[in-house]
Design a protein around this ligand. Structure first.
Ligand code: GRF
Length: 192
């Protein structure tokens, strides 16, 4: 990964599919003077993603393409990323799997946040699985993206205690709060 040199922030795209609380957090982080990144593009595979509202709110370009034909969608995004000189991609609740070919074009430059302590619970329903298995701790992970799902090199992780009272919903809330802190710390770690 290229280290940050000089004062120029690294142009970054955030890929979302839903609420976008991680996106909002990354945008706010990007505005801090010492942040290594600027957020220049929001991509979603669905126009229903609530997080797209942050495009208007923060005046950031957005782009939607459905991934019904993932090859076409990926080609369109790649085109945009190149045109806008975007060098780094943060996946934040993005529910589509990027192809090997796409990832190759951005090797070591795509990161993801996952709501579990990887390698435990790759994929979906992480909080339900953790509670069903009577785990004492859950957590979140920021990792580099490789073709194998939720399997790239781990950048940072944060543990969150599970109490007797926790439900998947309450646990998701607690973990999400930590996700926001962790994503910032992971990006600082990559670039400084
Ligand atoms: C987060 O828990 C993220 O880890 C997971 O999906 C959720 C997205 O939340 N992949 P938000 O859209 O960032 O609020």
């Amino acid at each position: 990964m290229v280290k940050l040199t000089g004062l120029k922030k690294i142009k970054t795209a955030v890929f979302i599919s839903g609420t976008g609380s991680n996106l909002k957090n990354l945008i706010q982080f990007s505005k801090i003077k010492n942040s290594p990144i600027s957020i220049d593009l929001i991509f979603s595979n669905t126009s229903k993603a609530k997080g797209l509202k942050f495009s208007n709110q923060f005046n950031i370009k957005k782009y939607v393409s459905s991934f019904k034909d993932s090859k076409i969608s990926e080609a369109k995004i790649l085109n945009l990323l190149n045109k806008d000189n975007i060098k780094f991609i943060c996946l934040a609740g993005f529910m589509k799997i990027l192809s090997k070919n796409f990832i190759k074009k951005f090797t070591g430059k795509i990161v993801n946040i996952h709501p579990s302590l990887l390698p435990k619970y790759r994929g979906l329903d992480t909080h339900t699985k953790a509670i069903q298995n009577k785990d004492k701790v859950a957590g979140c992970t920021v990792h580099f993206v490789i073709a194998k799902l939720d399997s790239g090199k781990i950048i940072l992780q944060k543990e969150v205690k599970i109490t007797e009272k926790d439900t998947p919903t309450s646990l998701a809330k607690k973990v999400l709060r930590q996700e926001h802190k962790l994503y910032r710390a992971a990006i600082k770690k990559i670039f400084t």
